[in-house]
Design a binder for this molecule. Structure first.
Ligand code: AGP
Length: 614
């Protein structure tokens, strides 16, 4: 889950690479390095820690007049985070430098062979093995050497490779890990995603598995199986500004406050509600590519995801089943892909992912496709692997999500699944027109309603200050409140490092209530609705054991104020809207507690934004 970036043909190439590494730091930030060709051979500078440490070490060399450079920011897999294991790695003979994102599964036996041939290794990484393999093949033709090595590798990789005697050439390749090539006038780039590329060019090629990119300042060749292949560029719409903090203290806070606009824009040009009540809502979106008939024959829906995306699937299940009458199952992709699941072509698989690169979800999608299932991806990153491999894509269009803790993508995923559920319900005739119009109206109006909730930010910050020293936290909910409780707990864990668990409140008496005492804060999602009384009962059980309760409650609910220690009010809405409305207070609470504890909210320890390894 590292970030790599490289450029040929732009002046001050090291500066371009450093700026790129900063924009990729959300992918891994435990060490970093750059390499560039020089008269005396390859120059390599590496540092443990953030990109800023590397910048300090580089000093004004960052502005050296060179036109080729490559860099890497790391999330350690093989070898502890330190300068010695930081990338780029150079072959023992000093001729080949490599930056790598991924894991080479068969590196150990290859390393042993190379050591037997006298190669001395300086790091504990799998990547250094690849640099020496390429050096062993290298007779002046870098492309041929790389193409000779790739078939010998098991595992996942995105590489950028440089040779000391070919200063104007970079060779890149990928299998499993993402790699984008930026095609510019008089320069070309390669990077783990489009972020470092879009300030320079919007024309991007997303490499397929086992393709090799040969880039110089004047040309970009894509090869596969030792031959050139045709390629098409994708025009990336995101603006570089979208990747700025816009005056917010953290990306996480900016992305929380972006949610009203994101949800308002999400359905612009995709959903139309004709004024006449006899008219059906119109669902207009490109990328579906799955015929309506297929949806009429779907027997089961499986939703694949990890982390926050999985929680969105749990919320999605309730509304998809209610709207389409199709049994629907959220599945952890990592478990699904090794469980030999029962699949057939009538099973619709929905892959839900912000990055579109989560390795377990990608492989679970491939498994489903092998079984003949149709795969619909609900994804944010344009051109990502899962988006490209799915049969149909629903893009969230959230803009870049940079904070490692996912926020706007979560509510957008819920709204996106709701949109798909309504469309499937319309196709299958499992929801009547009146109900469909009411729900479409809800969806179209959600953005505007969220502003009211963001206005409670101050109150939530005050509550957060009270609980910032907690060492444990419980989150409870029922119905869609259950996955929200799990998401609230995940957000708090990720950014504040407080141990937090989310439960279906009905599960408390079966064990977790043993954890409750005066030191255990409990957040209860207790909006008025069919399970309100049950939640009140759970809250009273916790209060009976001196637990501290923060209630997420419906505006105007006076009763809960007498029971709970603190109350966060949200304007109650209909079903799905409650899930989206409740998500924001959970995100803000985690954010403010983490800030109060002095945590690095945007780059929490041990995490990375996109999990591209198993
Ligand atoms: C959420 O805040 C985390 N960053 C993580 O759990 C994330 O949701 C998970 O890794 C899935 O990522 P994806 O949506 O990009 O597939």
């Amino acid at each position: 889950m590292c970030g790599i970036v490289a450029v040929v043909g732009l002046p001050r190439a090291i500066r371009v690479v450093m700026d790129g590494l900063y924009s990729l730091e959300y992918r891994g930030y435990d060490s970093a390095g750059v390499a560039w060709p020089g008269r005396g051979g390859l120059n390599v500078v590496r540092a443990a820690g953030r990109v800023s440490e590397l910048a300090a070490l580089l000093g004004d060399r960052a502005d050296a007049e060179v036109e080729t450079a490559m860099g890497h920011t790391r999330w350690a897999t093989h070898g502890v985070p330190c300068e010695r294991n930081a990338h780029p790695h150079v072959s023992a003979d000093g001729r080949i430098a490599v930056v790598h994102n991924g894991i080479i599964d068969n590196y150990a036996p290859i390393k042993a062979d190379l050591e037997a041939e006298g190669v001395v290794f300086r790091s504990d990484t799998d990547t250094e093995v690849v640099a020496n393999m390429i050096a062993r093949e290298y007779r002046g033709d870098l492309v041929r050497a790389v193409e000779a090595v790739i078939p010998k590798l098991d595992g996942t990789f995105a590489f950028c490779i440089m040779a000391s005697d070919q200063p104007g050439l970079l060779v890149a390749s990928r299998r499993g890990s993402p790699l984008a090539v930026g095609v510019g006038p008089g320069f070309n780039m390669a990077a783990s995603d489009a972020m470092p590329i879009i300030p320079h060019t919007r024309r991007v090629v997303f490499l397929e598995d086992d393709q090799v990119a040969v880039i110089t300042s004047g040309a970009c060749e894509i090869r596969k199986g030792g031959r050139s292949v045709d390629y098409a560029c994708t025009e990336i719409a995101w603006s570089p500004e979208a990747a700025q903090k816009d005056g917010y203290a953290h990306y996480m806070l900016k992305e929380i406050f972006e949610q009203p606009t994101v949800l308002e824009n999400m359905f612009r040009n995709r959903l139309r509600l004709p004024p006449s009540s006899d008219a059906d809502p119109e669902f207009l979106f490109e990328g579906l590519n799955i015929p309506d008939d297929y949806f009429r024959g779907v027997s089961r829906i499986v939703m694949l995801a990890q982390g926050t995306a999985y929680h969105a699937c749990m919320v999605g299940r309730n509304m998809i089943e209610r709207t389409t009458k199709i049994p629907s199952y959220p599945e952890y992709a990592a478990d699904f892909r090794y469980r030999d699941p029962i699949l057939d072509p009538s099973v619709l698989v929905i892959a839900v992912t912000q990055s579109g690169e989560t390795m377990d979800t990608l492989h679970a999608v491939r498994l489903a496709k092998e079984a003949g299932c149709k795969v619909l991806a609900v994804v944010n990153v344009v051109g990502s692997s899962i988006a490209r491999e799915a049969d149909g894509v629903f893009y969230l269009n959230c803009g870049p999500e940079i904070g490692v803790a996912s926020t706007k993508a979560f509510t957008a995923m819920i709204a996106g699944l709701y949109f798909l559920a309504l469309r499937m319900g319309q196709i299958r005739g499992s929801i009547d027109r009146g109900e469909l119009r009411r729900r479409v109206l809800d969806l179209l109006g959600i953005g505007a309603r969220l502003n009211g909730i963001l206005a409670t930010d101050g109150a939530i910050r005050r509550i957060a200050a009270k609980y910032k020293n907690a060492s444990n936290f419980l989150f409870l909910g029922r119905g869609t409140g259950w996955p929200l409780a799990m998401e609230g707990a995940l957000k708090l864990k990720e950014v504040s490092y407080i141990h937090a668990e989310g439960y279906d409140a009905a599960e408390m008496k079966h064990g977790p209530i043993a954890l409750v005492d005066e030191n255990m804060p409990v957040l209860a999602i207790a909006l008025q609705g069919s399970r309100y009384e049950k939640l009140i009962g759970n809250i009273q059980e916790i209060k009976a054991r001196k637990g501290k309760v923060i209630a997420l409650a419906s505006l105007g609910d006076k009763r809960i104020r007498d029971i709970a220690d603190d109350v966060i009010y949200v304007r109650a809405e209909s079903g799905i809207m409650n899930s989206i409305c409740c998500s924001i207070p959970l995100q803000l609470l985690a954010y403010h507690i983490a800030v109060a504890r002095g945590c690095d909210v945007d780059k929490p320890k041990n995490l990375a934004k996109s999990v591209t390894v198993e």
